[in-house]
Each structure stands twice: as C-alpha cells, then as structure tokens.
Design a protein around this ligand. Structure first.
Ligand SMILES: C[S@@+](CC[C@H](N)C(=O)[O-])C[C@H]1O[C@@H](n2cnc3c(N)ncnc32)[C@H](O)[C@@H]1O
Length: 324
C-alpha cells in the first residue's frame, strides 16, 4: 500500500473517544499520543501516525496481508449481518463464547477485524470496540462501523499501539494462524487485558484431514496474482452444483462427492457469494497454520491465563487473565 493515498479526515477518527486516546501508545517510545488534525503525534518523541482514507496507520504497508485487503474491498458487506441474516452473530458466539451481557459497556479489542463483521456484532451488543487490521480492510471496517462506538486502526498484532492492562475483552477470529507465528501472536495479547479480562481466539484446526490437498495447491495459489486466483475461485464454484447432483445418486453418489471434495477442496457455504469469498480466503493467504487444543492450551497457560474453556466451534479457546 502506498501511503501517498489521498488524505481524507473522517469524523470518527478525528474525534477519538477519550477511552481510546488514553490507551494509545507510541510504537517507538511507548509514550502517550496526542490527536491533531489528520494524525496522531507522540507527546514525547514526536513520531507521527497519519490518517489516510479515514484510518490512522501504525504500519506503512500491508506486508503479507495484501490478499485480505483485496478480498475485503470486494466483499465489503457480504458477511455483515442484516435483517435476514444473523450468521456473523452466531459465529461470534460459537467462536468466542462471549454473550451480549459480557460485552455490554466494556472496552473490547478485535484483533484482525477484517471488514468489521464481528466488531459490528460486539458494538450491537453494547461494547466499545477498538479494531485493528494489518491490511487495508481496516478502511472497509472503518466505513462499515462509522455510525458505531468503534475505532479502527491499521496495525500489526506484533506491534500493537496500546498500553498494557487496557481491555476488558480481546478476541481474534480467524486471524492469528495467518501470521508468521501463531504462537507468538497469541502470546502478545494477554498483557493487553485488564486483570480479570478474557481473551478468546479461534484458529484453524489441525484435526481436519480435508485440508491435505489444499495444502499442496496452496504452494502455487498463494503466489498467484490475486485477480487471477479470484477468477479461478469463481471457476470452481459451479462444482457445488455437481456435488448436489452427485449426492442424490444412490450408493455411489456420496462417496463420489467425497472423492471430488478431497481432490478439489472448496467452500460448501450455501450462499454463492460466501462460497467464492471463503474459497479465495482459503487459497490466497501467504501464511496459514493449523492448531490443536493441546497447543493453544499450552500457549494460554504459559501466559498464566486461567479458567480456560473450549468453545463450541474448533479450535476456539477462551481464558481469563488472573486478577492478581
Ligand atoms: C480471514 S481474515 C478474518 C477477518 C475477521 N476476523 C473475520 O473473521 O471476518 C484475517 C484477517 O487478519 C488480518 N491479519 C493478518 N495478519 C495480521 C497481523 N499481523 N496483524 C493484524 N491483522 C492481521 C488480515 O489482514 C485479515 O483481514
């Protein structure tokens, strides 16, 4: 991403809530930041964090996350809940274990917010949300949440601009397995929680054998030009219809469908737009690791997290930072 993009101040980031400004810290010297027109400035070392297209930038490039910027710009609202669909709210419950009464009135960090579908749910439940994302998806989230109690920043989980002990709740859904080290990324987060605060992460499962062939294809697909790969994903989507037909054939139909699914793994989402998005989201990211409950429990325990819980949809773990 080129930071020479046209600068546009939006009402939300030019008026950060005091609760958010209080916890923001300079990446260079960890001092507090002051808000000026179109930027945040370190009160100590003077380092500037510019606001571009309505988002304050704590990174100057998307780095390896460019495919996410691409997909969320195209699918800016595909997965947002609306009057006819509560799918993101359901997924949020199943992947975090959080309930509306937990988050209401709390300060919540969404790590890797993408286009903001889960932050939308959390704000609907009454939370004040801070969302960060490494990619320009942060611009999409800022637009989607402009009428909500939410502040969105472009930032890297490995260099977060927040003071320790800041948040009541932190969640990260489908993000940390897309970083160079999922373990290190998980371990960054507990220190940002207030004592007694809860962290929930949802990661890809290493128990699922259906991933094997896609791991082979991904060696090529993650290197492909994004537009080409996106078109290819559209190309395989009609296979969904083939599966529907195959499964109606007695005896041989289901094994045949399973064999095709093994050879050409793709999303089976019932909504065609979600199918294309999910399939691209699977084949495009540079990093994609898979994890077991044993691993994630070990990481949480090594950060002294307690009251660890397995949440409904694997691999989802939720734990509490001790009060003392
Ligand atoms: C699969 S998307 C999930 C987005 C959102 N959580 C959701 O479930 O809709 C993964 C997101 O993680 C972000 N991401 C990847 N590496 C990151 C990092 N080091 N720091 C912050 N965000 C990161 C990507 O830019 C992308 O938007």
């Amino acid at each position: 991403m080129n930071l020479e993009t046209v600068q546009k101040t939006n009402a939300k980031s030019s008026g950060l809530a005091s609760e958010v400004l209080d916890i923001l810290r300079c990446l260079a010297c960890r001092s507090r930041l002051d808000q000026r027109a179109g930027e945040l400035v370190c009160s100590n070392c003077g380092k500037q964090y510019p606001e571009l297209n309505g988002v304050i930038r704590f990174v100057d490039a998307q780095n390896y996350a460019g495919s996410f910027g691409f997909q969320w710009k195209i699918h800016a609202r595909t997965q947002l809940d609306n009057a006819n669909s509560q799918r993101s709210e359901n997924a949020f419950r199943q992947r975090t274990g959080f309930r509306p009464e937990d988050l209401a009135g709390k300060l919540v960090l969404d790590v890797g917010c993408g286009m903001g579908r889960f932050a939308e749910v959390a704000t609907r439940w009454g939370a004040q949300v801070v969302g960060i994302d490494l990619s320009v998806a942060s611009e999409v989230a800022a637009q989607n949440l402009e009428d909500r109690d939410a502040a969105i920043f472009q930032a890297d989980v490995f260099q977060l601009p927040f003071a320790e002990n800041s948040f009541d709740f932190i969640y990260s859904i489908g993000v940390l397995h897309h970083t160079p080290s999922c373990e290190q990324a998980v371990k960054v987060l507990p220190r940002l929680l207030k004592p007694g605060g809860r962290l929930a992460v949802w990661l890809y499962s290493s128990y699922n054998p259906w991933y094997r062939m896609s791991d082979v294809y991904r060696r090529v697909t993650r290197r492909m030009p994004q537009k080409l790969l996106y078109k290819l994903c559209y190309g395989v989507i009609p296979l969904y219809g083939v599966h529907q037909v195959l499964r109606k054939i007695p005896l041989v139909g289901r094994p045949a469908s399973a064999a095709v699914a093994w050879l050409i793994p793709m999303s089976f989402n019932k909504d065609a737009e979600w199918r294309v998005l999910d399939t691209f989201d699977w084949y495009s990211p540079w990093y994609q690791s898979k994890h077991s409950y044993e691993e994630v429990f070990r990481w949480f325990e090594s950060c002294d997290m307690e009251d660890l819980r397995v949440v409904e949809e694997p691999i989802a773990v939720n734990g509490r930072k001790p009060l003392s």
